[in-house]
Design a binder for this molecule. Structure first.
Ligand code: HEC
Length: 191
């Protein structure tokens, strides 16, 4: 019906032709743009990831490892309290080391064993068995054994090796040796 209507209209007036001509060119422009866009998209899709420039790290030979890079010594000196018993304390018996030992003791042992080492703390009183009185336990043990007890634990005393730097553990041992006298003079009245 529409086609026949147009055929009738065309010869009669310019008004009918002008708009239709304008529409034609607009449609043509849009069509061209669409084709361009499709071509661009198609070209883009055609590019596969494997064809694109990329970093292929394993295309290059691996770097050779210089000698001495992997440590094969210098780890933990012992694997049990028994093995640790004969170890010598590598930390010097000087005031600065003792001071650091006291700090580490307060941080890692004091809440259970108390500043004096006698176990008079709120936490200590809540434990069963109660923390050992260090003023009695320490003289009976070698430096190595004490280092081993700190590292691997003893009965219910926790294994603190993974949490305390190895030299700080030896410093704590230095501090344990002077603990009964140092704490009675320095921290009289505190647990
Ligand atoms: C969570 C509380 C707690 C902490 C923290 C703790 N201890 Fe103990 N410790 C105990 C208890 C409880 C015992 C008694 C264990 C038993 O008799 O079963 C004990 C026992 C010991 C003993 C005697 C072990 C033996 O062979 O009988 C030593 C020495 C000791 N602790 C040292 C330390 C030192 C040093 C630290 C800090 C590096 C430390 N403890 C941290 C609770 C603790």
């Amino acid at each position: 019906m529409r086609a026949s209507g147009r055929a009738v209209e065309r010869p009669s007036g310019r008004a009918a032709e002008r708009p239709s001509g304008g529409r034609r060119s607009a449609v043509g422009g849009r069509l061209a743009a669409t084709i361009c866009l499709l071509a661009a998209v198609a070209a883009g899709c055609d590019e596969r990831m494997r064809d694109q420039p990329s970093l292929m790290p394993h295309d290059k030979p691996l770097l050779s490892m210089p000698a001495g890079v992997v440590p094969v010594s210098g780890g933990e000196p012992a694997a049990s309290v028994e093995e640790a018993a004969a170890l010598e304390n590598p930390v010097a018996n000087v005031p600065e080391e003792l001071e650091r030992g006291a700090l580490a003791y307060r941080r890692f042992c004091g809440h259970c064993h108390g500043a004096s080492g006698r176990g008079w703390t709120v936490v200590g009183a809540s434990l069963d068995p109660a923390p050992t009185d260090l003023s009695l336990a320490v003289p009976a043990r070698t430096d190595g054994e004490l280092f081993g007890i700190i590292t691997f634990g003893a009965k219910t005393s926790p294994a603190l090796g993974p949490f305390i730097d190895v030299n700080d553990r030896w410093r704590i041992v230095r501090w344990l040796r002077v603990l009964p006298t140092a704490s009675s003079s320095a921290a009289a009245g505190t647990p």
